[in-house]
Design a protein around this ligand. Structure first.
Ligand code: SF4
Length: 308
């Protein structure tokens, strides 16, 4: 079967089932192309909550589908492969967080959105890479902060906020693999290119040293907005390579190349068109979150949304 005929089958099933297909920026290009919306995890969860469809098929990893379910408790949320996890979200479990909190009972817990529902439920605030600074700035200066799970995002947050944080030593294996040497090589190879760096990257805190004229630390949605309004037309991109499909699709007159072409998330790539078709056809796999956990996790997400 060709990609086009599979995509036709997926669209027909989505219509028949009145389902909305959401795809993360890091999904395979052919999956992005068949989705109703493509975006980052929080943007997609907001789309899920706003959409009129009763069913959401979430093409992304498990914590993202959980977040969509938390924000849309009355909708059915399906994920095409239950094994699509996340090494960053898995770097902390609830027992570890409870033990950490016990050591700092007065501290405020700020969790990156890349965490399980159970971790969000034990957090005071969630944050994204786009609003981590606003969330930290909103917490009184005298309060200690436990920041989890991403070490590199935490280091970057320390630098932009000027606050000392307690950092969990988790990392995303994909972003951590983009090293300071990659940035130095790109700057030497293509001195005129604009460099767009995700703060989860292993190079992000070092990239801050070059930040300014040519180097920009941005969330994935921030990269799109920045490139759209930039007068430049050549960009090197330090994040998972799936974002390049969206950048090329939305900004065809500009050139984007990866800083590290091996930055590929195998969990994101587990969602294929065949699995998406089967998900719609067989109504699988439903993502559920216990209501008591969902209610507490929702509070942490809502505090983040209220902050900006
Ligand atoms: S790219 Fe990293 S943070 Fe994103 S889903 Fe994959 S492992 Fe998790």
């Amino acid at each position: 079967m060709t990609v086009e005929s599979l995509q036709g089958e997926v669209r027909a099933l989505a219509r028949e089932r009145e389902a909305v297909i959401l795809a993360h920026n890091y999904q395979l290009p052919e999956v992005q192309d068949v989705a109703d919306f493509v975006g980052d995890s929080l943007g997609l969860s907001r789309q899920a909550a706003q959409s009129e469809g009763r069913t959401i098929v979430f093409c992304g990893v498990h914590f993202m589908a959980e977040t969509a379910k938390i924000l849309s408790p009355d909708k059915t949320v399906l994920i095409p492969d239950l094994e699509a996890g996340c090494s960053l979200a898995d770097s902390i479990d609830v027992d570890e967080l409870l033990a950490w909190k016990a050591r700092y009972p007065e501290a405020v817990v700020v969790s990156y959105v890349n965490t399980s529902a159970a971790i969000k439920a034990e957090s005071d605030y969630c944050c994204t890479s786009g609003n981590v600074r606003a969330v930290i700035d909103s917490i009184p200066a005298e309060k200690e902060i436990l920041f989890l799970p991403d070490l590199y995002l935490g280091l970057w947050a320390e630098r932009v906020s000027g606050r000392k944080l307690h950092l969990w030593l988790g990392e995303c294996h994909v972003h951590a693999g983009i090293r300071p040497g990659d940035i130095e090589r790109v700057l030497a190879e293509e001195p005129g290119a604009e460099l767009l760096v995700h703060p989860e990257c292993g190079c992000a805190s070092q990239a801050m040293a070059f930040a300014g004229e040519q180097t920009h630390i941005l969330s994935t949605e921030g990269m799109l907005d920045f490139a759209r309004s930039s007068r430049h037309d050549r960009f090197r991109v330090a994040t998972e390579v799936g974002i390049l499909h969206r950048l090329h699709g939305e900004l065809p007159g500009k050139r984007f190349e990866p800083v590290n072409p091996n930055a590929v998330c195998r969990f994101m790539k587990m969602i294929t068109l065949e699995k998406l078709r089967d998900s719609l056809r067989e109504w699988q796999y439903e993502v559920t979150v216990e209501e008591e956990i969902a209610a507490r996790a929702r509070k942490a997400i809502e505090r983040m949304v209220a902050t900006g």
